[in-house]
Write a new protein. Structure first.
Length: 263
């Protein structure tokens, strides 16, 4: 029809859409070459994104290590301040009990203490706020460590094999026992010296990391975490006490030989 534009010609006015280089123009696009500055900018942006992601991964790794170190340092700082009863005090507070019965009493008290800590942290996480979860987990690990540290120290008293040295030295030795989940062999100076060595912080960080992973279910909402936290802490403290008592029985000193014989 005169004066009208054929449909074929109207389409030819639209730019062709391609997904790759045009035939016969390597590296180019349909009808025009890509601006080199735009291509360089695209590559630079991609490299920046990849670099930022790698930096965040490195920062998160450093942050995790720093968090574990901070919790371990807090446990080390708290240990010498935790009141530990000697054998004479324990026998006055629990009259008429032999070593095993007294140890059972100490374990029962510690199990109640750590289960209470787990239930408390689980209840605090009933309405969890993500930024607060690391603090809740750290608080639980520190609280459980304090209860179990006291238990280990007093079990050594009950079995007549307290760690030697000053208050700080004994606290460090018992922290090593907590990190290793073993009793101290005070007849072997190498064992005590190893507990007092520079590797204690590394062992504590490993133990803190292990306890933190165990405590992750404790921050579940709707009071589920409270029940799980209490049950898991109860189980873990019983298991720790069984290991320590098994080691201490091998080197047990009867009360009459320690000057605190049965009345």
């Amino acid at each position: 029809m005169a004066g009208s534009t054929p449909f074929r010609k109207r389409r030819s006015r639209q730019p062709d859409l391609t997904t790759g280089p045009a035939e016969g123009a390597p590296g180019g696009s349909a009808g025009a070459d890509v601006d080199p500055s735009i291509e360089r900018g695209r590559k630079a942006s991609l490299a920046a994104v990849v670099g930022y992601g790698a930096q965040k991964v490195r920062m998160s790794g450093r942050g995790a290590r720093a968090g574990l170190t901070a919790v371990a340092d807090r446990i080390i700082a708290n240990a010498p301040r935790i009141p530990v009863r000697d054998l004479a005090t324990l026998r006055v507070q629990f009259p008429g009990l032999g070593p095993e019965e007294l140890a059972d009493k100490l374990v029962a008290g510690a199990v109640y203490g750590t289960s209470t800590v787990g239930a408390g942290i689980g209840a605090a996480a009933m309405l969890p706020v993500p930024p607060a979860m690391p603090a809740e987990l750290a608080a639980e690990v520190i609280g459980v460590a304090a209860v179990e540290f006291k238990l280990i120290a007093e079990l050594h008293e009950v079995y007549g094999v307290p760690a030697p040295g000053s208050v700080r030295q004994r606290a460090t030795a018992y922290l090593g026992a907590w990190a290793d989940e073993r009793g101290i062999d005070v007849t072997s100076p190498l064992t005590v010296n190893a507990a007092l060595g520079g590797q204690l912080r590394r062992e504590l960080r490993q133990q803190v990391l292990k306890r933190t992973f165990r405590s992750l279910p404790n921050v579940a909402p709707f009071m589920i975490g409270a029940a799980v936290g209490a049950a898991m802490n109860r189980r873990d403290t019983k298991r720790l006490a069984a290991k320590v008592r098994k080691d201490l029985r091998k080197h047990q000193v009867p009360w009459d030989e320690s000057g605190l014989g049965l009345a």
